[in-house]
Design a protein around this ligand. Sequence first.
Ligand code: NDP
Length: 337
Amino acid sequence: NRKVVLRGYIDRAPREDDMELVDGGDVALRVPEGAAAAGPAVLVKNLYLSCDPYMRSRMRDFQGSYIPPFKPGSPIEGFGVGRVVDSTHPGFSAGDFVSGMTGWEDYSLITKPEQLRKIQQSDIPLSYHLGLLGMPGFTAYVGFYEICSPKKGEFVFVSAASGAVGQIVGQLAKLHGCYVVGSAGTNQKEKFGFDAAFNYKEEPDLAAALKRYFPEGIDIYFENVGGPILDAVLLNMRVHGRIAVCGMVSQHGVTAPAGIHNLFSLISKRIDMKGFIQSDYLHLFPQFVDDITKHYRDGKIVYVEDMSVGLESGPAAFVGLFSGKNVGKQVVRVSQD
Ligand code: NDP
């Protein structure tokens, strides 16, 4: 059972060598008797693992967050999709496909099976349960509908627009009848049928660029990035605009965070700026799955993934999130069966 473990805590941007692949020895393909005695457990063969920006905060030795740090020497934890190999939980049987918190390893023993979800949709790629139908898709769904209060015809700007969350936000906004512009860090990233897209690295004056794309101003900004883009957006918001603060990937672990100079716009334009965490809205998850599955089956939503192959490719794939290497949702394929 190979494992990718965290070597030790870090207080800077993650590097590939902060993690290492170790051989965990043979694994018996049964739930061990000791584990079964402690309560129902499920042994899962991991097929796909998710790389998500929040995982970086678990690499720090900091207990005060909403999620505890990883344990050095233990497999990295994250969302995954797997196949049940053995189960002592009545809700799961060998052969079921499941998604949920798992480990960066070939096989994981899940001792809290109640947090696993059985995958029902056989026509949707399994790995999409880490993106389109998983946590990032849900983040886009609740962020857009619950926080942005969108109206048809409004002007919507999304940063990190071709990433796991951003690509869905923009497509939902288009389906809602909004005008959508996205930004990303290379010209190669997918545009997803948005009305326009630009490469923020090629714009020396972000405020002027936004003025070009939104001559009448922005009603909704879906914030994934933070820093200078946020400052430029504040200057371009319309009165009664909304900013959904989903993430600030440019500010993670930055020792001198970017100064934001244009906060006065919050008052002068009566802007509603609100942070959110998707897990506060889990009561909406079933509705999200129904709605997004329907859009996908009707061909109204597409999803782009960046699939890296092999458990050993996980560290590089994860680190790449912080320099924009991923084109679409970053996943790691551990095994196809
Ligand atoms: P992505 O798939 O969008 O990957 C991260 C992207 O961020 C990169 O591809 C890159 O795209 C961009 N990026 C990285 N570093 C920088 C930088 N220094 N400056 C500008 N852009 C940068 O990730 P996700 O879609 O999974 O996550 C998007 C955001 O949503 C993150 O901030 C994440 O933390 C947040 N999030 C929040 C949740 C919540 O509940 N609030 C839940 C899930 C995610 P490029 O540069 O090409 O644009």
